[in-house]
Write a protein that binds this ligand. Structure first.
Ligand SMILES: [Mn+2]
Length: 473
């Protein structure tokens, strides 16, 4: 029996090239062997094993000690599904629903912002209750999931009482970072390639904790995977691929067969709708998800469907912006103006259309999204055709942004602060003062004010020149 011819992805990945002789394939075929997560090649996957263990202890303690627990999930499909896996696991472990609190961040805020710390502190105090003798609040647990990572002071003050920590926090994440908040327990996938989503990390962490989780939360793990990586990034069960072929991953493969890719993709775009609207009512997505036992129950929600069609109109409108190019040809900049959070979607759209010899980054800036009128939001993506390259050969946009920032002047990177170039190497962005953004555009990237100046060198959809593209409307 000959091994199948390797897929494009397998060929292009460094791991697959290392395994060119496919000893794994032969071994798997002979023994029906499966990868075991936490062992062998997958020793530190989806995250370092000591951190996975510690996270499981954290979860069990919440339930066994009946501690009020706050889940703070990010607002997108990956964050929401991760949050619900945590919720279901805590419930399964016996923590009553009145002790589980879900908290969403305010529009434009992140977990590191002062306003959010204050809101969370208030919530922790109100649910922690009375510890007994003095005004020290009772013990509380907080789990931050999919919120992004950076070095910071404690996300919540770990109040000490008689040698006991009253507020214990855990960060579950997959965003790239070398630094983490002080005093938090951390479970991150960001140093365990291939980097999985928060939903998959959370699922694999919770998998052995309670017997119903593997079955009941598989579709939730898939929602986050489809949301962050798209429907085709993981070839479940492919022994030649980059991802493990383990019991857990095969269960996910089987779940896709039952619930169907289309329903999962549809549910993802519906769950992502509320947070893109000016009203920013993330609760409406959470409530639908909480009541669902599969993606089709999400796709039936007329509330979410209405929000999504409004957003689609907005994406259409904003996608008509014309790109400007940096002098070095590496950046295509699009300016849009919308209260909706559509800049990432417009960036993805243009990333699938634009190609250029030197083009590395599609950047979409939107000054009207953030509640603070002095701040602009922007999203950056690599051109879709470069995604075929091995990951190490793909442009590192976080580095590129820092390089342009350093060209503005010595103080730029310090002035724009921690909300600049966060996220992932191939999908990043930021929220910075508009004044600084314009310096970045003019002095850092040297973007020509003539929108069409480099049209001859970039093409849309690989064939048509941009001029033709626009003339067709
Ligand atoms: Mn995520």
């Amino acid at each position: 029996m000959f091994p199948k011819s390797p897929t494009k992805r397998a060929l292009s990945s460094p791991t697959a090239m290392r395994n060119a002789k496919k000893p794994r394939l032969a071994a798997a075929a002979m023994a029906g062997a499966r990868d075991v997560l936490g062992e062998g090649r997958w020793k530190a996957w989806p995250a370092p094993s000591q951190n996975l263990k510690a996270a499981r202890v954290f979860m069990k303690e919440c339930a066994e000690l009946r501690l009020p627990t706050i889940i703070v999930p990010d607002k997108d499909a990956d964050g929401l599904s991760s949050g619900l896996i945590l919720y279901r696991t805590l419930r399964g472990l016996g923590l009553p629903p009145e002790l589980i609190h879900v908290h969403f961040l305010a529009k434009g805020a992140n977990v590191f912002s002062t306003s959010e710390r204050a809101r969370l502190e208030g919530l922790a105090k109100s649910i922690g209750g009375d510890s007994g003798m003095d005004d020290t609040p009772g013990e509380v647990r907080v789990i931050f999931v999919d919120q992004g990572s950076r070095g910071s002071p404690p996300l919540l003050q770990p109040i000490l009482k008689e040698g006991r920590i009253i507020v214990q926090t855990m960060v579950i994440d997959h965003h790239q970072s070398d630094d983490f908040p002080e005093a938090s327990q951390v479970l991150t996938a960001c140093k365990s390639p291939p980097i999985c989503t928060s939903s998959l990390l959370t699922y694999l962490m919770c998998y052995p904790l309670e017997r119903t989780i593997p079955e009941s939360c598989a579709w939730l793990a898939l929602l986050g995977i489809f949301g962050d990586l798209g429907p085709n990034e993981i070839n479940f069960g492919d022994v030649e691929g980059d991802w493990p072929v383990s019991e857990e991953m095969l269960r996910l493969r089987d779940t896709i067969k039952v619930v169907k890719k289309k329903a999962l993709s549809d549910a993802v775009s519906l769950l992502n709708a509320p947070r893109r609207t000016p009203a920013f009512n993330v609760w409406s997505a959470w409530d639908v998800l909480l009541g669902a036992d599969g993606p089709s129950m999400v796709t039936e929600s007329s509330e979410l469907r209405n929000l999504r069609s409004r957003i689609n109109e907005e994406v259409e409108r904003c996608s008509r912006a014309a790109p400007q190019f940096s002098k070095d040809g590496r950046v295509a900049l699009l300016r849009i103006d919308s209260q909706y959070q559509v800049h990432p979607v417009v960036a993805i759209r243009w990333a699938s259309r634009l190609k250029g010899k030197d083009l590395k980054m599609i950047m979409v800036v939107n000054p009207s999204h953030h509640p603070d009128p002095n701040l602009v939001s922007f999203s950056c993506r690599i051109p879709a055709n470069l995604r075929k390259l091995p990951e190490t050969a793909q442009p590192d946009l976080q580095r590129l942004l820092k390089e342009y920032g350093a060209k503005v002047d010595d103080g730029f990177l310090a002035r724009v602060g921690g909300d600049y170039a966060r996220g992932h190497k191939q999908a990043t962005g930021g929220i910075i003062p508009g004044v600084e953004f314009e310096l970045l555009v003019s002095q850092g990237m040297d973007v020509s004010t003539k929108a069409f100046s480099r049209f001859g060198e970039a093409s849309v959809d690989g064939q048509k020149k941009i001029k033709d593209f626009f003339s067709k409307g």
